[in-house]
Ligand binder design. Structure first.
Ligand SMILES: [Cu+2]
Length: 487
């Protein structure tokens, strides 16, 4: 049944029906190439990675009902492994470097095949810090409904970019941390924003120091980036997408940044948020939406009329921004400034508390509640979960069929976008306030905040649970959820 449907969808004649031969399988696969390439960033060449689909562009788009049948060909020059963020495959196809599923050597291919969840997803390397160097791309899975509507779709993939390599960036963090006096609510961020590497030509750092977000005692933006990208371009030369006047557009925002939360600013365009992390929510109207690292937002846009409409993503706590432009035919597109007039607030849970899942989990009591303490030692730049740092963490054990609640309390002064692999969880409480919140795969836990998530243990295996700030994860902020009887 599945096979024939897939073959019909692939539109490929001559595929032997029911032939389960690996060869036939490979021919139906989409090819994804992990590569190394040169990207021009504000006129300067940068060596980056890439995940390039069959059309020669970053990422993959799947048709309704199509399986995720992908052969990943590693031509990156180094070993890699790619995680299909938010998708729910069996654990050995999750793209995490477990001992059972090690990274793929350069020059080697690996095939994946599972039924994907429709919606806005993405993919990124889970090997070392390759994600920072753009080993990350969109993964869009259409369903019959989105395909039937002839609404124009625009993908907006965000990145933070540095000409330094991630090891240098990490070295700068641990060194700065070491020079600090230590203590909570420290001035670490100010130090970080003001210091050395601000040769970036984006002189917004000091502007933001007085903003509300910074005064609260929390820390934003560990790293001083050289640029922020939308679909791999800066506002010096942004993507300009032609749209018909009065047309509706489905904007699929993906925060693929390694260490940056943004605010989406629709400007004069009104928006209706209809999904987060690929899962439908009751619509929320607005023109500004926070988006934490690794999260996605699907927003229906209504253009007010003919003209050019920039859609911005502004860095929390800063004036720096990136974006793209929607323009009706013949509209004059003026140059967009890559800094805003006013620094953005810290990304917070103002949106999260107003979200309601359209298909929530069935009401049920928790079989197991796992407390998770998010900790940080800023003086050494070490981040921990329940006092442990990856890989020195004991697995959190669960059993198939359980309703699992994870009760996350942040005891540090930075927010942490927490991501669970292999499951869609529901946000069920924020700071003790119960809610029938969104289904997600990544949720922000603000400084000193508490967020409870629930999920059904329906996908046995070993699953990573970690902060999606790359530098926090690499400094220890990761653990494992493991099903009993899985080795
Ligand atoms: Cu974190």
């Amino acid at each position: 049944m599945r096979l024939s449907r897939r073959n019909v969808l692939a539109g490929t004649a001559g595929l032997g029906l029911l032939s389960a031969m690996p060869r036939a399988q490979a021919q139906a696969d989409q090819r994804l190439t992990a590569t190394s390439r040169i990207l021009d960033v504000n006129g300067k060449p940068a060596k980056v990675f890439g995940l390039i689909g069959p059309d020669g562009r970053p990422g993959l788009t799947l048709k309704p009902g199509e399986r995720f049948a992908v052969t990943l060909n590693n031509q990156s020059g180094t070993e890699t492994i790619v995680h299909w963020h938010g998708q729910l495959p069996d654990w050995k196809q999750d793209g995490f470097p477990w001992p059972q599923t090690p990274a793929i050597a350069n020059g080697v291919e690996k095939s994946y095949n599972f039924a994907p969840v429709p919606g806005t997803f993405w993919m990124h390397s889970h090997q070392g810090m390759q994600e920072q160097q753009l080993m990350a791309a969109p993964l869009i899975v259409h369903d019959a409904a989105t395909e039937a509507s002839d609404m124009q779709e625009v993908v907006m993939m965000l990145h933070d970019f540095s000409f330094k390599n991630p090891d240098e960036l990490m070295g700068g963090l641990t060194k700065k941390g070491g020079m600090m006096s230590g203590g909570m609510g420290s001035m670490n961020m100010s130090g970080s924003n003001m210091s050395g590497s601000s040769m970036s030509g984006m002189n917004m750092g000091s502007m933001s120091m007085g903003s509300g977000g910074m005064m609260s005692g929390s820390d934003l933006n560990d790293i001083d980036y050289d640029a922020y990208l939308t679909n791999e371009r800066t506002l010096a030369d942004p993507q300009i997408t032609r749209v018909a006047a009065g047309q509706n557009v489905r904007l699929r925002v993906i925060n693929g940044a390694s260490s940056t939360n943004f605010w989406i600013d629709l400007g004069a365009v009104s928006g209706r948020l209809i999904a987060v992390d690929g899962h439908d929510v009751k619509p929320v109207t607005g023109s500004q939406f926070p988006i934490a690292m690794a999260q996605r937002l699907d927003i229906l846009l209504k253009l007010p009329g003919a003209g050019a409409y920039p859609i911005f993503a502004q860095v929390e706590g800063k004036t720096a921004r990136t974006g793209l432009v929607l323009a009706t035919p013949g509209a004059n597109v003026s140059k967009q400034d890559d800094t805003a007039m006013v620094a953005a607030n810290a990304a917070d849970l103002s949106l999260e508390t107003s979200l309601t899942a359209t298909k929530p989990l069935m009401a049920r009591n928790a079989d197991i509640t796992i407390p998770l303490r998010l900790g940080g030692d800023m003086s050494q730049y070490i981040w921990s979960l329940n006092g442990s740092t990856w890989p020195n963490a004991d697995a959190l054990m669960i059993k198939p069929g359980q309703r699992v609640v994870i009760d996350m309390t942040n005891h540090s002064m930075m927010s942490h976008p927490m991501h669970l692999h292999g499951h869609a969880f529901q946000v069920v409480a924020i700071n003790g306030q119960a809610l029938n919140g969104a289904l997600r795969d990544t949720v922000l836990v603000p400084p000193m905040g508490n967020v409870r998530i629930a999920f059904d243990a329906n996908n046995p295996g070993r699953w990573a649970l970690h902060c999606h700030n790359l530098y926090h994860m690499m400094s220890g902020m990761m653990t494992e959820i493991r099903y009993a009887n899985v080795v």
